[in-house]
Design a binder for this molecule. Structure first.
Ligand code: NYM
Ligand code: MG
Length: 217
C-alpha cells in the first residue's frame, strides 16, 4: 500500500497592531526553509485581490464603508483564498498565516456597533478551514508604544487596540484547553519570542494525518 503523506499544518499568528506578527512570521518561514520543509506564508487581509483592494482603501481612509459591509469583505477575502490554503495543506505544505478570522471578530466587535455582536461577527467565517494552532502575540500597550507607536491606518489608536485586546482575550478563553490557542508574551526580545513560537510549532512541523477542521467546530 502506498504510504499516505501527512498534510501540512495550518498555523495562524494573531495579535494587535505592533505586536511583531509580521516579523515573527518571516522568521518562522526561515526556520522551516532552513530545515528543508515546504512552507507558505499567507496574510489577511490579502490586499492584492479586488476585495483586498477595497479593504485597503477603507483601512487607509480613502473610502468610507458601512461597518457591516467591511466586516463581510474581510470574511470574503478569507473565503476567496480558502481553497488555495486547503490545496497547499493537502500538498503537504505548512501554511503560516499572519492574521485570520480571529482578527475579523476582534476588530469588528471592538467597534461596539449596534447589531454587530460577537456572535454576528463570528458567523460569516463559519466553515472556513480551521487552524491547527493559533499563536497570539500578547503585547503590552507600553511595549507597543515603545515600538514606535501606531501607523496612520484605521483602528491604529490606543483606545481601539485596548478594546480589540479584550475581544482577543474572550476568544482565547473560548478556544479552551490551550492545545490550539496559545498566548505568547510578545514583550520579550525578538529572539525569545521566535524560540517560544517555534517550541509550540514543532509538534506540528511534520504535518498531521488529522482531517482539516472547519471553523467553529
Ligand atoms: N483586520 C484584519 C480586521 O479588521 N479584520 C480582519 O478580518 C483582518 C484580517 O486590518 N488593523 C484589521 C487589523 C489591522 C488591519 O491588518 C490591517 P495588517 O495586518 O496591519 O495589514
Ligand atoms: Mg497593521
Amino acid at each position: 500500500m502506498p504510504e499516505r503523506k501527512p498534510r501540512g499544518a495550518f498555523i495562524v499568528v494573531e495579535g494587535l497592531d505592533r505586536s511583531g506578527k509580521s516579523t515573527q512570521v518571516a522568521l518562522l518561514e526561515q526556520r522551516f526553509k532552513a530545515e528543508g520543509r515546504p512552507v507558505r506564508l499567507a496574510k489577511f487581509p490579502d490586499r492584492a485581490t479586488p476585495i483586498g483592494k477595497m479593504i485597503d482603501a477603507y483601512l487607509r481612509s480613502q473610502s468610507e464603508m458601512d461597518d457591516h459591509a467591511v466586516h463581510l469583505l474581510f470574511s470574503a477575502n478569507r473565503w476567496e483564498l480558502a481553497q488555495s490554503i486547503i490545496d497547499s495543506l493537502n500538498a503537504g505544505t505548512t501554511v503560516i498565516c499572519d492574521r485570520y478570522a480571529f482578527s475579523g471578530i476582534a476588530f469588528s466587535a471592538a467597534k461596539n456597533k449596534p447589531g454587530m455582536s460577537y456572535e454576528w461577527c463570528r458567523a460569516p467565517d463559519i466553515g472556513l478551514p480551521a487552524p491547527d494552532l493559533t499563536l497570539f502575540l500578547d503585547v503590552s500597550p507600553e511595549k507597543a508604544r515603545e515600538r514606535g507607536g501606531f501607523g496612520a491606518e484605521r483602528y491604529e489608536n490606543a483606545d481601539m487596540q485596548e478594546r480589540v485586546q479584550h475581544v482577543f482575550e474572550r476568544i482565547g478563553v473560548e478556544m479552551g484547553d490551550g492545545s490550539r490557542w496559545f498566548a505568547v508574551d510578545a514583550d520579550q526580545e525578538q529572539g525569545a519570542v521566535t524560540d517560544e513560537l517555534w517550541m509550540r510549532i514543532q509538534p506540528h512541523a511534520q504535518g498531521t494525518e488529522r482531517p482539516i477542521q472547519r471553523l467553529w467546530e
